[in-house]
Design a protein around this ligand. Structure first.
Ligand SMILES: [Zn+2]
Length: 149
């Protein structure tokens, strides 16, 4: 059985698409499919719900990248807790965010934060997961929490 990361329903091992919600089963995702998925979630937090929208993308080890957003505002705010950044890797985060947005992330009390648009956010999520944690091209997501409120 494979648990769908979006709707949490269980699917048989052979399933390519979730039988309940139709999302492609994660084991088969390529980087571009993942970016497309990130983009679609990020799109939702800028176009639906209310002022307290957020999405959290999580990989094994409970490592996550989250974004806050609000309806009718194209800017999302990335938030990565300091504790999720491997020792000595803060420069990777700063470099990736600067390369994509031209801005240096803000150092909050508990986390790094940065404002960006949806397209930048989708690319940055993929690049950060791969480069911060040295993940292979077919890395899995363990959960996606999308809250629209
Ligand atoms: Zn599903």
């Amino acid at each position: 059985m494979i648990k769908c990361i979006v709707c949490k329903s269980k699917n048989p091992d052979y399933a390519e698409y979730c039988l309940k919600c139709g999302v492609k089963i994660i084991k088969a995702w390529t980087p571009s499919e993942r970016i497309e998925f990130y983009r679609s979630c990020l799109q939702k937090i800028t176009s639906e719900g209310g002022e307290g929208n957020f999405v959290v993308f999580t990989i094994p080890g409970d490592l996550f990248i989250q974004f806050a957003g609000e309806v009718n505002n194209p800017t999302v705010v990335l938030d990565i807790p300091y504790q999720n950044i491997p020792p000595g890797k803060a420069y990777v985060l700063e470099r990736v965010i600067y390369a994509e947005t031209g801005k240096t992330p803000y150092r909050g009390e508990m986390s790094y934060q940065a404002e960006m648009n949806v397209e930048q956010a989708a690319q940055i999520t993929e690049t950060l997961f791969r480069q911060l944690y040295n993940l292979p091209e077919n890395y899995p997501l363990t959960s996606v929490e999308l809250v629209l409120e």
